[in-house]
Design a protein around this ligand. Structure first.
Ligand code: ZN
Length: 399
């Protein structure tokens, strides 16, 4: 009896099974796909037709056969469809149109203050996004999804920023609806640290399944990858380390209303203020460190120790194999990392630090745009999304 139930052998889940195998980019024959999925060859052939019509896969080079005709191979067509990625920072926006591996096809950036409000910033993304699509020779029909990073807390289920401290006018703004009204594709929104963690891992640590990316700049936060998956927690706040209390100072007032927060002691502006810099920013501290100012070097090293104290608890909780420190303050070089290592190695269980690497971000500013494109790609190439596309295709072609 033929199984025609939605999840059965002829149902769309068979299609996503085949597609998930081809996502690695390696070409395979129908016979190989039948063996790998356990599906009948006729089923594999039908599903390959659907995926080819969707433009997600296509014929590849012909494989040598054991005699007779060469058998055709099929592979992911990463360049057939695109995603739009937007990294919205406090004072900049970077966007890119990328293929389905995250490779940028065209890019743009602008100095825009996030404080100008959601409509001004997102309308720039819409205009620049349209321009980038045509620069890359693509139409709206080629666009599958949009990934956006924002410099504040984002409720994961809705894609809305929630009480973001440096984003006036953005609280509870429906970012997916605003962009979706123009582009008509799914819009995924996350905070900037999470997308940086995704990008850093993809570019520098693709084999690592347990990684913490810490951004130290105007604020302090972390993106946590555990078991190969970005961990957002119940509301999307996982990794928000900035307001954990540090033991050495219970007095310093934080902008959150509490005292002794990590961010109030170790962020770029906090250090600059303690060094008596006017108009304090992370860059001022980095400049002082680079010029050899001893007070600045000591302050950065202490900030590293404060960060290390908080990270020690994180290490006990999720046992990462890599901790990457990024953000503007990471440019102060080894002084910050040295402070982190000092405390982490002194305070962690030996087994947890035996193979632990604590290192500076190697990807830098590009990590965020790449991460935003991966956010979109992971969504749109998930089994559920591919199944939905196949069902839509079947509906569209039904007599
Ligand atoms: Zn605080």
């Amino acid at each position: 009896m033929v199984d025609i139930s939605p999840g059965g052998a002829l149902g769309s889940s068979a299609t996503s099974d085949i597609f998930q195998i081809l996502r690695d980019g390696r070409p395979r024959t129908r016979t190989e796909l039948a063996t790998l999925t356990g599906l009948a060859r006729s089923t594999v052939a039908l599903r390959i037709d659907s995926l080819t019509q969707l433009g997600l896969i296509g014929p590849a080079e012909t494989a040598p056969s054991t005699g007779g005709r060469p058998s055709s191979q099929f592979a992911l067509r990463a360049g057939n469809k695109v995603v739009l990625a937007a990294d919205i920072g406090a004072t900049h926006v970077r966007i890119a149109v990328s293929d389905l591996t995250g490779r940028p096809l065209s890019e743009d950036s602008a100095a825009i203050e996030v404080a100008q409000g959601p409509e001004a910033v997102l309308n720039w993304v819409i205009e620049a996004g349209d321009a980038l699509l045509s620069t890359a020779g693509r139409s709206l029909g080629d666009l599958l999804a949009i990934g956006v990073g924002l410099p504040g807390p984002v409720e994961h289920s809705s894609g809305r920023p929630i009480n973001p401290p440096i984003m006036p006018g953005w609280d509870n703004f429906d970012v997916p609806a605003w962009l979706g009204a123009h582009f008509s594709v799914p819009v995924l929104v996350d905070n900037d640290v999470n997308i940086m963690a995704l990008g850093e891992r993809e570019m520098a640590w693709p084999e690592v399944d347990h990684l913490i990316f810490v951004k130290v700049a105007t604020g302090i936060g972390a993106g946590v990858i555990s078991g190969g998956m970005l961990q957002r927690g119940a509301q999307g706040v996982a990794g928000d380390l900035g307001h954990v209390r540090v033991s050495r100072d219970g007095e310093t007032l934080c902008h959150c209303g509490n005292t002794g927060c990590l961010e109030a002691l170790a962020s770029g502006p906090a250090l600059a203020k303690s060094l008596g810099v006017e108009s304090p920013s992370s860059q001022d501290v980095v400049d002082l460190v680079r010029s050899g100012n001893l007070d600045a070097i000591q302050a950065v090293r202490q900030a590293g120790r404060d960060l290390g104290e908080v990270l020690t608890a994180c290490i006990s909780l999720i046992n990462p194999s890599v901790i990457v420190v990024g953000g503007a303050m990471a440019q102060a070089g080894e002084h910050l990392i040295a402070g982190v290592r000092e405390v982490v190695y002194a305070r962690s269980m030996p087994l947890a630090t035996q193979h632990l690497q604590i290192t500076q971000s190697s990807v830098g500013a590009n990590a965020a745009v790449l991460g935003a494109s991966l956010l979109a790609i992971h969504h749109v190439l998930s089994p559920e999304s591919v199944e939905a596309m196949v069902v839509d295709l079947a509906d569209a072609t039904a007599p």
